[in-house]
Design a protein around this ligand. Sequence first.
Ligand code: NGQ
Ligand code: ZN
Length: 449
Amino acid sequence: MKYHAPYALLPDGWSASVAIDIDDAGTIQGVNAAADAARCERLAGPVVPAMPNLHSHAFQRALAGRTGRAAANHDDSFWSWRSVMYELVGRLDPDAVEAIAAQAYVEMAKAGYACVAEFHYLHHDPEGDPYADPAELALRVVAAAQTAGLRLTLLPVFYAHAGFGGQPPAREQRRFVHALDSFARLLDALRAHASHFTLGVAPHSLRAVTREELLQVVRMVEPGAPIHIHAAEQTREVDECYAATGMRPVEWLLAYARLDERWCVVHATHMTEREIAGLAASDAVAGLAPTTESDLGDGAFPGVAYLAAGGRFGVGSDSNTAISPFAELRQLEWSQRVRTHRRNVLATDGATIGTGLWQRAAMGGAQALAQPVGAIAPGRRADLVVLNELDPALALQAPENLLDAAIFGPAVAPVRDLIVAGRFVVREGRHPREEAVLARYRDTLRRLG
Ligand code: NGQ
Ligand code: ZN
């Protein structure tokens, strides 16, 4: 099939009258600017590469808006939020996991994410016993992604300890916990379904795995498979890591994990200059979740120094308290402005702030998901967002300013259509399954009480 866009964001910038040739598998075969629209289906607005969502815990969508009552002592933090999150974990059954994930994923599609890396650690039943099929809950996530039409990178999480030094897991963590051999069996079970997703692996954090476990888990997946880990999100974690190992989390990963382009270091909020330089030079992707990191009081990623060092990054919706790549990029840039008292601090030469952020996050996200996306170019999958020029923020913008308007303007609905592998998944802001998915989500919430 062949689409024609009035404007499209290509790797070297915005172009007018762009024809995009796509084969039956959904891969872009050709891209031509200044092309005529004969024999093309016309897209109804300017087109940008769809955004990969590099970090999601889909089930946490059901917590959004439900953690706002301050504790009596007004000492709410990441850790008290986590206790509330663990209470939700204790109540979820397989149907609920699927219904909540489907709701989150439909919202992602409508927001301009075409693929998602699910950092999946909910493995066992509420007692901590394996389901008859150990992949039960992972396959519910797979089904939810199919319902929504998103391309999934599934990251089964290895989780074994409550804290540094191999501490035994806490009771509330029993649904997450695997031994190395049972985790290997989970990966084998998932390989039988591998045509439906890209399989990677995720040692949860340096709190939850020992060095030996980390190295073994990384060896369990195919060469080139994505490896994600949470690191240096909270200062307490940095302090505990230092106390246990004499190193800070990112420093430790640089020393022992041999970071490279397979790796996505999620958050990396608290880094020294040396860690920033080391992570940037490693070719790993920093997995940023600026809305969640703000919501949880984590801190602000050191974006100015990291990007100046040439570091790669992408964005994710993480706790799904916000679901929008535009919101993530806005929060990322704004968090730097608040620190530096400057504007356009993460801009690249030759592009507006919004254009440069979008392009780099799309490429970084593609690397982190190990999916051939992130740019409108031959060989990449045709994952496209058609921007909504009916949103007043986008009205009559020059093409090079469209993403600035969508990210930093008062845009309410910047996405008109989402195309995944050449096919429409969202049209005129509507997902064909959104009513059914929402009805099931509402029933689920009612049932969970
Ligand atoms: C998670 N979420 O795995 O869902 C974590 C909380 C933890 C974030 N870090 C649990 N945002 O880190 O122990
Ligand atoms: Zn996370």
